[in-house]
Design a protein around this ligand. Sequence first.
Ligand SMILES: Cc1cc2nc3c(=O)[nH]c(=O)nc-3n(C[C@H](O)[C@H](O)[C@H](O)COP(=O)(O)O)c2cc1C
Length: 340
Amino acid sequence: MKKISLFFIIILYYMASINAQNADHLFMVGEAIKAPSGHNTQPWLFRISDDAIQILPNYDKSLPVVDPDNRELFISLGCAAENLRIAASHKGYAAALDISEEGIITVNLTKDASVEVDSLFWQIAVRQTNRSIYNGQMVSADTINLLKRVFDESPVNAYFYEKGTAEFDSIANYVVMGNVLQMQDKAFKKELRSWMRFNKKHQDEMNDGLSYAVFGAPNLPKFIVKPILSKAVNEKSQNKGDKKKIASSSHFVLLTTASNTCEEWIKLGIILERFLLKSTRLGIIHAYMNQPNEVSHLSAAMAETLNISDEHPTILLRIGYGEKMPYSKRMPVEKVILNE
Ligand SMILES: Cc1cc2nc3c(=O)[nH]c(=O)nc-3n(C[C@H](O)[C@H](O)[C@H](O)COP(=O)(O)O)c2cc1C
């Protein structure tokens, strides 16, 4: 009898520890998907096993027009991987990352009492892309130096261009040229519109895409908002808005890679997310101005102007200070977990 009860106690203990582990894994995936992604496509899938979580590309969510090489897709996976690693530390797991040639990220997890909790964990839910007009306050040189340290020992180069410099103005011109080219491209506009979510009902049905709310638009019936937002997708209004937004910012931050490979894009995503979380902790807000990087001849011309022609400009951000904006939505966790 004693033997049988001991057997049941062991089984119960084993099941409880499996459940706890599953809950930890689900928690980590839940934090991973708070990462940014191009057009908020959330192009990831997760495969959970006992001691690892794999992050796989979901090509159904690719953006063939704006991102034909899936470069921004893999950057987004890198951002998700960094969130996952940070969330793992919060739950007491050491996380070791492995990146395959096809861009599958395996995060190997080991419960380890000596793991140091990453203090950036608390910023995962606070970070947001903020496309508003900023308040014009400059980020101090000391703070910029602090932010630059994120890129120490990283394969990614980061350049900071302060407002008022010739380089800042040149980059602003490349953004304008990028808008002109992209807004003249019917396929680009069609793809962008297909990811716009026009009111609360539409946003809550889809849980992805670019919501009316993050652009500061009111929640109105779709038949009113759709033509207004769709009409705003043109070079004139885009450039008018972007010029104001750029003028209200403090710096451009340009991230480059050396050889434009899938592994580098993922590594760039990892360091980008760290940079975004660290700047969020410092009260700095950010938005992407990636237009010049998305048009290959503009990207090459911009690199030449900035004297970095042997590098690939990959992510361009503006940073500064301002008010918070509404948060964008995410798919429920169970929709991104592979059940095989
Ligand atoms: C690789 C990458 C490229 C992006 N490019 C742009 C861009 O050019 N313009 C823009 O407004 N947002 C861009 N974004 C921001 C996404 O639209 C944003 O992350 C997404 O809508 C989710 O919102 P959140 O960052 O506030 O969570 C980009 C994000 C990533 C990861």
